[in-house]
Ligand binder design. Sequence first.
Ligand SMILES: NC(=O)c1ccc[n+]([C@@H]2O[C@H](COP(=O)([O-])OP(=O)(O)OC[C@H]3O[C@@H](n4cnc5c(N)ncnc54)[C@H](O)[C@@H]3O)[C@@H](O)[C@H]2O)c1
Ligand SMILES: [Zn+2]
Ligand SMILES: [Zn+2]
Length: 345
Amino acid sequence: MKNRAAYMTGLNKMEIREIEVPVPKEKEVLVKLEYVGICGSDVHYLEHGKIGDFVVNGDFILGHECAGTIVAVGSKVESLKIGDRVALEPGITCGQCEFCKAGKYNLCPDVEFLATPPYHGSLMNYIAFPENMAFKLPDNVSTKEGALVEPLAVGLHAAAQGGVKLGDKVVILGAGCIGLVTLLACKAYGATDVTVVDVIEKRLEVAKKLGATTVINAKNENTIQKIAELTGGKGVDKVIETAGSEYTIKQAPYLVKRGGTIVLVGLAPKDIIEFDFMQIMTKEAEIKSVFRYRNLYPAAIGAIADGKIDVKGIVTHEFDFEDSKKAFDFVIENKADVVKAVIKI
Ligand SMILES: NC(=O)c1ccc[n+]([C@@H]2O[C@H](COP(=O)([O-])OP(=O)(O)OC[C@H]3O[C@@H](n4cnc5c(N)ncnc54)[C@H](O)[C@@H]3O)[C@@H](O)[C@H]2O)c1
Ligand SMILES: [Zn+2]
Ligand SMILES: [Zn+2]
């Protein structure tokens, strides 16, 4: 067994190196990885070397959206066996703090999250991982779909934070990977009218294919005016911001209905943004935010297996592990064309 990892060795630099095959601890499984998705955060680390306070220091392995097949198990592993295919939930938490104990483990201050410095990611052949963060995939769910469970979980959490329910009218700002998985999630939760807004036509086409009721190209149309027209001036039940731009974040209060909810998912390039709180007050609107996800892998996998969510539709490009650097270069140079790229290990 030979293990190799794709290391980021500097800004826009990567190389594949041989590393040890890890030995699984008592409650760990050894997974032969098959697919790793390229996330916006991986690309950001490679291009800029940091996200907020998380700074890449030295050689660093990217990748956190992953799935593969178990090839060895620790002595105390009970629920999984060799040959099981699994999706890995990338955040390992302390299990002891008040947030972990309350089940809101995504808020654990001591989380060790794959490809978030100082913790390496999973762009490699073999990884040892805790049994309780490895989720078995049913026969009809591929490991490619397994790698997409991670972003899908963000979309499911966004819809859950917004309390999206049967019959809701929703606006999703942004049709990147996160906007599109949020679309899939909202439909699965029963939203019957979902409008997706972006400035890239190709992404809006994907949104249409994935079931958006209406798409708005904000380059050609005024989103606030258009939503007013579509809703008789009332606004929508839920506005989910996934573009991460100051412009769209500021739009949200004008799009939401009285008593509705705004969910902030996108990370804006700056921390402090002016917001029309008077709109929020007079509408008694709620603002919710999203930090990753919690307790959603089983639901996400179940929804894919059941056909309620077709997550494969967001993958636009696939690369070989050997071409990891090429894959990242391609994603960086073709941002408008790539919705989601995955690396086949
Ligand atoms: N809160 C969380 O836990 C969490 C998790 C994952 C990602 N994120 C964040 O979610 C955001 C989306 O991630 P992604 O991978 O989909 O990124 P992305 O860059 O692929 O998607 C953003 C989309 O917004 C569109 N957009 C930009 N400006 C716009 C405007 N003015 N009007 C309409 N659309 C506009 C872009 O064209 C793009 O398609 C990022 O900010 C990312 O950091 C947050
Ligand atoms: Zn991701
Ligand atoms: Zn904790």
